[in-house]
Design a protein around this ligand. Structure first.
Ligand code: NAD
Length: 353
């Protein structure tokens, strides 16, 4: 049983803790919060030992009626692995502590690739990450694109790849973020950094990306176009993508017009917090025109890196291989339990919370 500590119990950290909790080979050793509040209360309700980052903050928690378990140093010492889900750039400041206690750690996409032994995506490079000391799960955009590009790279010769990323302005709880009435090239430089980031886990493909930020909190949307060496069979492309458990080919009969309807569908199906772990690719957008292949997909930024963090825990500890880990993660979370492409396909049971 692997003891997993989660440093930074926010959008990503709380989802990772809940995902760890349902794995048969892992337990939540504890989570850290910097101050008392609603998320700390939920952590306590779920039975996660609550740690904080400085001695004087322990009093802050006690005064608010919490029973903190101790300081982050203790959590790091007693964990087999730390998942660091602190804000971008903060993870780096914890690296010396993880080193001091010889605790392997998994960082998130905003930390530098150069800081870790390898960047991670389960579908692309699990094997290269086995036994590493420090990993970085690539960002939500990079994860979402890698999931659809990796199987295409495996099956086709791709001459050029381009993607326009329409990025959400902020997460639903980030009322300070925006824009609320604008569309912003972000970054304005072309190509954006996202393409090279895919290269950290999938070097076989060179992707040119352009990114815009828009007024939504629900999901990112990617418009992707690929030039292949030869014209592919559209049905075969659909089948290659449909075989991936972490790609959801959104069937046309669902009449899901956009990300609002997609998010609602996830909520209606009983996904915890409405999470959509898969890259959600509109089946109707999959188009072949000669050697050009086009598709449009949505990625839920708050949740799609969560299964990757679970697989990264098994890779860093060398406790399971890629196929077994991905299958177990998928089963335990309920990933890929969507209806099939045909209307008469049996409807699977929604996952429990
Ligand atoms: P968040 O702000 O929701 O959560 C971060 C948590 O860390 C908060 O609970 C905060 O209180 C805590 N924290 C702040 N300073 C700390 C410190 N010094 N020590 C310990 N805890 C501290 O952020 P998030 O959205 O969960 O992002 C975390 C990481 O995941 C970032 O690297 C981010 O780039 C990455 N990521 C975020 C998203 C997303 O869309 N939210 C998607 C993929 C990856």
């Amino acid at each position: 049983m692997l003891s997993v500590g989660v440093n930074g119990y926010g959008t990503i950290g709380k989802r990772v803790a809940d995902a760890v909790r349902v794995q048969p080979d892992m337990r939540v050793a504890g989570v850290t919060k910097t101050k008392p509040g609603a998320e700390a209360a939920i952590a306590e309700e779920r039975g996660y030992p609550l740690y904080t980052i400085e001695q004087d903050r322990l009093d802050l928690f006690r005064e608010a009626g919490f029973e903190p378990a101790g300081l982050i140093e203790e959590l790091v010492q007693e964990s087999d692995v730390i998942v660091d889900a602190t804000p971008g750039g903060v993870g780096e400041t914890y690296l010396p502590m993880y080193r001091e206690y010889d605790t392997p750690a998994i960082f998130q996409g905003k930390e530098d690739h150069e800081m870790v032994d390898a960047s991670f995506n389960a579908r692309a490079n699990f094997g290269e990450c086995v036994g590493a000391d420090y990993l970085r799960v690539v960002s939500c955009n990079t994860t979402g694109l890698t999931r659809t590009l990796a199987p295409l790279v495996d099956n086709y010769e791709i001459e050029a790849a381009r993607a326009t990323l329409v990025r959400r302005g902020g997460d639903p709880d980030q009322s300070e973020r925006g824009p609320i009435n604008d569309t912003i090239p972000d970054p304005v430089d072309i190509p954006s950094h996202h393409g090279p980031d895919i290269g950290t886990v999938l070097p076989e493909i060179d992707v040119t990306t352009v990114a815009l930020r828009v007024p939504t909190t629900l999901m990112h949307v990617h418009a992707v176009s690929l030039t292949l060496a030869a014209s592919p069979d559209p049905a075969e492309v659909a089948s290659v993508l449909d075989d991936e458990s972490r790609v959801f080919l959104v069937p046309e009969y669902l009449d899901v017009e956009g990300i609002a309807a997609l998010a609602e569908y996830g909520r209606d199906r009983g996904r915890p917090r409405g999470d959509m772990w898969e890259s959600c690719l509109w089946d109707g957008s999959l188009t072949v025109d000669g050697r050009e292949l086009y598709f449009i997909q949505a990625v839920h930024q708050e949740s799609n890196v969560v299964p990757e963090n679970i697989d990264a825990i098994r890779a860093i500890t060398g406790s399971m291989d890629a196929a077994d880990s991905m299958q177990l993660t998928d089963e335990q979370l309920g990933i890929g339990n969507w209806p099939g492409q045909l209307r008469d396909a049996p409807t699977p049971t929604p996952p429990s919370e």
